[in-house]
Every structure is written in structure tokens, then in C-alpha cells.
Design a binder for this molecule. Structure first.
Ligand SMILES: Cc1ncc(COP(=O)(O)O)c(C=O)c1O
Length: 381
């Protein structure tokens, strides 16, 4: 048996979601605030595209790297958003961002290499690192306003550091790395032999200034060491479709491709074609964005008002659709109590780093019933 896999924990949000599915099957009504996915359905124009692709028999194997048209369109999106020209050959289409991250870590690290991860963090970064024999070095950002800083980077780099992961905007806090901090860190890393992974899957759900890695002054100096990750999941409400991508520097591209070829062969052809339509139909796309952001922003502001009235301590989300909240009055077994007594499912903060046992995460991109149930509990509970 592989003990490095045996030793990792199941990612809490996924494990809780599976548990809730079983409770619901057994007839229980749960207010689901643990969910990490948009409450909107995949737009009709994308659903129509997949039907058409299947009817047109686009059901065979395709390029392992991803169909060229989709890679070209993704390159066009980066060009129009950031003015950066990236060759489509650097794009790799994957089964969601999670596979894109998995292949990146696997392509880069060797046994006992260190990967720096700022906590609170999406648990899969550390899990994947451990699965492939690396050492996740978790760095708490509790004392730096929940953002990575140059000092944190400097004091944690060793000769074994191979990769640093940045999640911007962050899950679970919604924090965005301010331009100043990001530039300081990147400047310091220019002459280091360390890869950087930028996970920007929440880049279209932002309420404040957002600085993508592509907007950094140091992007061009660092680009041969940067892996960029994004996904259709949160942007297009396509979580179940499992469609994501990576932009990979030349040095690791061969490894990356071999990993795809020896695991999935290629992402389902008709799903890639639907992804292409998702990107191309810009008007539909804008309509979806404005609906989503309107709802998220309204809920975020309503919740901030209530949390402030209750004097709760929480991170103000500048992006994503999560709140990371300190457990009120330090109540013991809060997460279990919320589920058992009030049927409200939340994710324990400890899942995002050992410094955060006194926090919990909720999502506000949830179904209306769950949202109203939570508001009701907040007002009366
Ligand atoms: C920070 C972060 N990265 C990556 C992912 C994975 O996204 P995907 O559905 O594209 O695999 C998630 C999903 O919750 C996430 O929160």
C-alpha cells in the first residue's frame, strides 16, 4: 500500500459534500453552505453546444494537449484581457483546475522537494504535493492580514524549495494579493531557481482591484518559471464538466504532456468543444457574469452587515464567494453542532491549515433555500 496517500486527509469540503448527499438521500433537509460551486446552472448556450457536438459525432479521441481551436481561443482571451501574447502550444487542457495543478506539481517536483503554500489554503495543494513525494511547507498568513508577503517568502525558502503556490483570489478567504506585496515577492524571485504556480480560478469573481500575474512588471522576467492555472468551473458554472487548463513553461511542457497521455489521454472531446463555445459567445458570457456578480455582491454585502452587527470577526472577501469567519465565542465543536442542531453545513477552518482551527468557511454562492435558511438562523439563532 502507498503510505503517502494513506496519510493525507480527504479534502474537507468534498468529504462534507459527499456526507450531505447521503443525508439528503436519507430524507434530511440541509442548508448547504459548504458548497464550493456557483449556484447558477450552466448557461443554455453551453448546454446546446454539447448536444450539438455529440450529435455531430465529436465523440472520438482528440489531441492529448487539447484541441487547437480551444487553446487558440484561450490565448485570445489572455491577449484581450491582459495584452499578453502566449503561444497556444503552451496551453494544456485538463480535467478541471485540479488536474492542471496535479500535473504541474508532478512535472516539477522530485522526492523531498519543498513546496511553499500559504495558509489558509485549498487543501489539495498540500495533498497533491505529498502524494508525489514532495514536502508541503505550509506558511501561516494569520499575522500578515491573510496575504503572502516578501518576509514570509524569504524566511521559508530553503535550498530544497522547488515551487511556490499562489492562489489569487484565495479560497477560503476571498483575499486578493495587493499589487505591492505581489511585486515585492516577484522581484525577489526573479533570480531564484524556483517555479511559481498561480491558481486564478476565481479571477472572474472579484469585487475589488485584482492583479493577475499577467499584470505584474516581473511577468516577462519570470515567465519561464510560471505555471498559470484556470478553469471553466467557477467562471462558466461548469463545475461538473471538469474542464480546466494550464499555461506551462517550455522546460516542463514535455513532462506535462506525458502525464496527460499516460492518464486521461485527452479531456472529453465534446466537453472541450462546448468550452470553446463558452468562450466565443461573448454576449451570453457577459450576461452570465453580470447576473452572477450582481447576486454574489448583494449577498456579500448583506452578510457583512449582519456579521458586523453580531461583531463576528471575518476576512472581507475581495474575490471568490466565501467568507472565512472566526468561530463566535470560540465554541467547541461548532461545525458539528451547526450540522446536527441547525442542519447548516459549513467547512471547518482546520481543513485550510492548522493555524485556523478557530475559523470556519461558508459559501454564499448557494441555493436560495440554503441562503435564506442561514439568514434566518443568523437573525434568530
Ligand atoms: C483554489 C481552487 N483551485 C482549484 C479548484 C479546482 O477547480 P476545478 O473544478 O476546475 O477542478 C478549486 C475548486 O474549488 C479551488 O477552490
Amino acid at each position: 500500500m502507498n503510505t503517502s496517500i494513506d496519510q493525507i486527509n480527504a479534502p474537507a469540503a468534498i468529504a462534507i459534500a459527499d456526507k450531505i448527499r447521503s443525508l439528503e438521500l436519507a430524507g434530511e433537509k440541509i442548508f448547504k453552505l459548504q458548497t464550493g460551486e456557483p449556484c447558477f446552472e450552466t448557461p443554455d448556450y453551453i448546454k446546446q453546444a454539447i448536444r450539438k457536438s455529440i450529435e455531430n459525432n465529436q465523440t472520438r479521441y482528440s489531441y492529448s494537449q487539447g484541441i487547437p481551436e480551444l487553446r487558440q481561443e484561450l490565448a485570445a482571451v489572455i491577449m484581450s484581457r491582459y495584452g499578453i501574447s502566449i503561444n497556444e502550444k503552451q496551453f494544456f487542457i485538463t480535467n478541471g483546475a485540479v488536474s492542471a495543478i496535479q500535473y504541474a506539481i508532478q512535472s516539477i517536483i522530485e522526492q523531498s522537494d519543498e513546496v511553499l503554500i500559504f495558509d489558509p489554503s485549498w487543501p489539495q495543494y498540500a495533498n497533491i504535493t505529498s502524494i508525489y513525494g514532495g514536502i508541503p511547507k505550509k506558511i501561516s498568513s494569520k499575522n500578515t492580514g491573510f496575504i503572502p508577503t516578501l518576509e514570509l517568502v524569504k524566511s521559508n525558502i530553503t535550498s530544497k524549495t522547488k515551487l511556490i503556490i499562489f492562489n489569487n483570489p484565495n479560497n477560503p478567504t476571498g483575499a486578493i494579493i495587493p499589487k505591492k506585496e505581489l511585486e515585492e515577492i516577484l522581484k525577489y524571485l526573479v533570480d531564484k531557481n524556483i517555479y511559481l504556480l498561480f491558481d486564478e480560478v476565481y479571477d472572474s469573481i472579484v469585487y475589488d482591484d485584482f492583479n493577475s500575474i499577467f499584470q505584474s512588471t516581473f511577468y516577462h522576467e519570470l515567465k519561464e518559471k510560471i505555471v498559470y492555472i484556470n478553469s471553466f468551473s467557477k467562471t462558466f458554472c461548469m463545475t461538473g464538466w471538469r474542464l480546466g487548463y494550464a499555461i506551462v513553461p517550455a522546460k516542463i511542457a514535455r513532462n506535462y504532456l506525458k502525464l496527460i497521455q499516460n492518464s486521461i489521454t485527452n479531456v472529453a472531446t465534446f466537453i472541450q468543444l462546448a468550452g470553446l463555445v463558452a468562450l466565443k459567445e461573448k454576449d451570453n458570457h457577459l450576461q452570465l457574469f453580470s447576473n452572477m456578480l450582481f447576486t454574489y455582491e448583494k449577498r456579500k454585502n448583506q452578510l457583512i452587515e449582519i456579521f458586523n452587527q453580531k461583531k463576528w470577526i471575518f476576512v472581507y472577501p475581495k474575490g471568490s464567494f466565501y467568507f472565512f469567519i472566526q468561530i463566535p465565542n470560540n465554541q467547541k465543536n461548532f461545525v458539528e453542532m451547526m450540522l446536527e442542531k441547525y442542519k447548516i453545513a459549513v467547512v471547518p477552518g482546520i481543513a485550510y491549515g492548522e493555524d485556523f482551527g478557530d475559523y470556519f468557511r461558508i459559501s454564499f454562492a448557494i441555493d436560495n433555500d440554503s441562503y435564506n435558511g442561514f439568514i434566518n438562523w443568523l437573525n434568530n439563532g
